[in-house]
Write a protein that binds this ligand. Structure first.
Ligand SMILES: [Zn+2]
Length: 229
């Protein structure tokens, strides 16, 4: 059971209620999602304090009936292209995490590289709301970014479309405000939040890693000069 807010770390949580769903599996069985809706009294983030363990979630997603996506891939490509405008590399390395492979295939068709150890851009489309430990998950992804890397995140907008955000599989419910303070706490800064999202109930925010404003070489030189080494 989670006892702290995943966004701001506050332990001041209020349980609002419980929703229980039986989701059908391809083999004819079902999987029970228990959503213990809990709100952080400090920042207002709504999330499930009793998410299924990761192995159970893996079991479910390997067997659930996957619906065809209603995604607007052109809007996704526009956002990726715009972020590439701030990158100096001729062929940016872009990785899409967690959603279907169609978008990664499309990125490759449009000339983006995906065979890199670290990436200029990582995209997360409708993934974060399915994850139970969003902080560790996001840290792992950010570690795959180049020092100048960008992260593009699109999730359901709980503020604008609460019904869609409260879909049985979703373990946390984002607003642009909550996604921003979450990403800022992980060393990212917001570039923009886009209204041209790839699904009509979502929002898409682009972030980049904050650069260290301190020039370490300059500091070493200054100290060397002053100490006369
Ligand atoms: Zn909070």
């Amino acid at each position: 059971m989670k006892s702290e807010c995943e966004i701001c770390g506050s332990a001041s949580l209020r349980r609002l209620g419980e929703r229980i769903y039986k989701m059908p599996l391809r083999d004819g069985g079902h999987f029970e999602f228990i959503q213990t809706d809990t709100i952080c009294e400090s920042c207002g983030f709504l999330f499930n304090t009793t998410p299924p363990p990761d192995d159970k979630l893996k079991y479910y997603y390997e067997r659930n009936r996957h619906c065809a996506g209603d995604y607007d891939y052109e809007n996704r490509l526009r956002m990726v292209k715009r972020m590439c405008g701030t990158i100096k590399y001729s062929v940016p390395a872009v990785k899409d995490i967690g959603s279907d492979s169609d978008f990664q295939d499309l990125l490759r068709d449009r000339g983006y590289r995906s065979d890199a150890e670290r990436f200029d851009i990582i995209t997360l489309y409708y993934v974060l709301e399915h994850i139970s430990g969003i902080r560790d998950f996001a840290k792992g992804i950010i570690a795959e970014l180049k020092p100048t890397g960008h992260l593009i995140v699109e999730v359901p907008d709980f503020a604008r479309c609460p019904i869609e955000s409260l879909y049985p599989e979703h373990l946390c419910h984002f607003t642009p405000f909550h996604l921003r303070i979450f990403c800022e706490s992980l060393g990212l800064e917001l570039i923009e939040t886009e209204v041209a999202h790839s699904r009509n109930f979502g929002f898409c925010s682009a972030f980049r890693l904050k650069t260290n404003p301190v020039n370490m070489e300059e500091i070493y030189t200054t100290f060397e000069d002053n100490y006369g080494h």
